[in-house]
Design a protein around this ligand. Structure first.
Ligand SMILES: Cc1cc2nc3c(=O)[nH]c(=O)nc-3n(C[C@H](O)[C@H](O)[C@H](O)COP(=O)(O)O)c2cc1C
Length: 142
């Protein structure tokens, strides 16, 4: 069972719901995931984890949230995430998912083994997106 760290930023709770569902999937698969809002997460926690999941909604103009999530992601290097399975997820509203496409490429650039295209949900995640998060949690934990 892998040591899974789930880090997220969420203002109105949509991405947080996805994070919790992902952690539930990992827990049901027998892992003990660590679930942290980004304000409580550290680079050392990322280094120590064997599998990762990061969540952030589309903010600004199709970017990561700029006061906490972006600085956290910018601090990560290849040494921290390279070769590790990584799930990305987040909620959006009016965009076409550009923030997630860019985020996936950025993390692949650091050598992370990004799962699929990242999970996106428009506003409050519907059942299908929650199911995807749950299944991703199970895969990342296995
Ligand atoms: C300041 C601000 C900027 C946003 N920028 C975008 C954007 O560029 N593209 C988009 O699709 N949605 C954008 N949204 C919508 C959010 O991504 C959406 O409300 C999302 O559900 C918030 O997730 P949360 O509940 O986890 O905070 C923005 C919302 C806010 C408040």
């Amino acid at each position: 069972m892998k040591k899974l760290l789930v880090v997220y930023w969420s203002s109105s709770g949509n991405t947080e719901t996805m994070a919790k569902q992902l952690a539930k999937g990992a827990g049901d698969a027998g892992a003990e995931p660590t679930l942290k809002p980004v304000s409580e997460a550290t680079v050392d926690m990322v280094k120590a984890a064997e599998a990762l999941a990061f969540g952030c909604p589309a903010m600004g103009d199709e970017v990561l949230e700029e006061s906490e999530m972006e600085p956290f992601i910018s601090r990560l290097s290849q040494e921290d995430v390279g070769g590790k399975p990584l799930g990305l997820f987040g909620s959006y509203d009016w965009g076409d998912g550009l923030w997630m496409r860019n985020w996936v490429q950025r993390m692949k650039g650091l050598g992370a083994l990004v799962e699929g295209e990242g999970i996106t949900a428009q506003l409050e995640p519907a059942e299908a997106a929650l199911e995807q998060c749950y299944e991703l949690g199970k895969r990342l934990a296995g």
